[in-house]
Design a protein around this ligand. Structure first.
Ligand SMILES: Nc1ncnc2c1ncn2[C@@H]1O[C@H](COP(=O)(O)OP(=O)(O)OP(=O)(O)O)[C@@H](O)[C@H]1O
Ligand SMILES: [Mg+2]
Length: 299
């Protein structure tokens, strides 16, 4: 992440187009905002457009604007985002979802810095810095014919790759602490810390939804905790179960018997009988029998 921050600071003041790539929830929008705020355009507008959320025909008139009578319902002329953002930055999110027709029009804007509203014959010069983002593999889209190669090179002058959260374990702890403080304050609670057991589970989890998922997990944990500490039982089942299994099965090749034994020993302090049995996928009776056989009953 330090690398990424360094790169953001370096490229922010330039007018180069930036392509931000990363899985959903990794912070692409946040990075786009940082790029804008650290640029000399910071006082001018930053306008974000989610290309996947707006139907194609509407997206064109949203971006380029339209003149009165350009299409049914165009009762008045309207300035487009590209004109509103003149002097500033436009962030095109999910650019991989833009239609080929609109890609051609966007390419022209990038090359000529000129726009023509829908239904108009006049072009207007604009000065815009473009930042784009996608969670798709754009190179593959180019190969498959769904994304224009010339546009790809044009938007990819500088490329910022945000790694998924599971690849930056150090950030998990920082983010957990950050969001504990934030949500505690927001909710008027005093849950400002987390047990090492619970933190270990969060560090080991795979975070398919990245930072956004982590936010939700912490918010929920604070909501359901009644003391001032987040404990493993305040975490969703998926966070607890998935990881214990991966952690244990990946680093050692154990027989099922041995695995079960180690598992019980390690987690019997953290979970009650019902939870342990559930995590192991066995009945409570069977758990009790195993403990008795191995002499590892809790008390
Ligand atoms: N380094 C970070 N520190 C604090 N919060 C972060 C960080 N990275 C991301 N977030 C938060 O995570 C959430 C998701 O970030 P963001 O919306 O930027 O992700 P995204 O990559 O644009 O996701 P999507 O692809 O789903 O649009 C936001 O609430 C953002 O504030
Ligand atoms: Mg986003």
């Amino acid at each position: 992440m330090q690398d990424l921050f360094g790169k953001i600071r370096k490229v922010a003041p330039t007018d180069s187009t930036v392509l931000i790539q990363g899985e959903s929830g990794t912070g692409k929008e946040l990075v786009a905002r940082a790029l804008h705020n650290l640029s000399k355009r910071a006082k001018a507008p930053l306008i974000s457009v989610n290309c996947a959320a707006i139907p194609e025909t509407l997206l064109e008139s949203e971006l380029f604007g339209h003149v009165r009578g350009a299409f049914t319902g165009a009762v008045a002329s309207k300035k487009g985002i590209l004109e509103e953002a003149d002097g500033g930055t436009v962030f095109l999110d999910e650019i991989g979802d833009m239609s080929l027709a609109l890609q051609a029009k966007l390419l022209r804007v990038l090359e000529e810095q000129a726009i023509r509203p829908v239904g108009s014959t006049k072009t207007t010069q604009v000065n815009i810095r473009f930042i784009t983002a996608t969670n798709k593999d754009l190179k593959a889209a180019v190969r498959g014919g769904a994304f224009r190669e010339d546009l790809y090179y044009r938007i990819n002058v500088i490329s910022l790759e945000i790694p998924p959260l599971r690849a930056r374990k150090g950030d998990v702890e920082l983010l957990v602490k950050h969001y504990l403080r934030k949500y505690s304050d927001d909710m008027g609670r005093q849950v400002k810390d987390i047990t090492s057991g619970a933190l270990a589970l969060l560090m080991d989890y795979g975070w398919p939804g990245n930072v956004r998922e982590l936010q939700n997990v912490i918010e929920r944990a604070i909501l359901i905790s009644d003391g001032d500490l987040i404990q493993p039982e305040h975490l969703p089942q998926g966070v607890k179960a998935g990881d214990e299994f991966t952690r244990h099965s990946s680093d050692r090749k154990l027989s099922i018997e041995e695995y079960t034994k180690q598992f019980i020993k390690e987690f019997q302090g953290q979970y009650n009988e019902k939870q342990l049995a559930e995590l192991l996928g066995i009945t409570r009776k069977s758990l009790w029998e195993k403990r008795k056989k191995w002499g590892i009953a809790k008390d």
